[in-house]
Design a binder for this molecule. Sequence first.
Ligand code: AMP
Ligand code: ZN
Length: 110
Amino acid sequence: MDDCIFCKIIRREVPAEIVYETDELLAFKDISPLAPTHVLVVPKSHFASLDDLPADNVDLAGKLLLGIRDTAAKLGISGGYKVVTNCGEAAGQVVGHLHFHLLAGKKFTP
Ligand code: AMP
Ligand code: ZN
């Protein structure tokens, strides 16, 4: 996707503070953090949202979930973390590239 901001970060056309990377995913710091640790974990392939992740791509779905866990481990997060994906405008999704917010370092309400 030519004009997708996260695809541009993945292609290194836009700078970001990358904290973890595999062949299939990238994790980088959110530009407007809502917690002391606020990282976005994204697949390198463009999918608009969780709804657009192909149902038969169980491998990527699993790698994303485990990649979030491995990002938290790499960051040395202790004391727990929260994982959120906003799916669709009504849920507050602004960037149309599937991403998971990894949040830590403060007390969250459920
Ligand atoms: P969402 O509302 O779930 O779509 O979240 C999009 C997130 O992307 C927000 O938390 C933004 O702060 C973050 N964001 C937007 N542009 C950038 C960027 N260039 N680098 C890092 N984070 C970004
Ligand atoms: Zn994209």
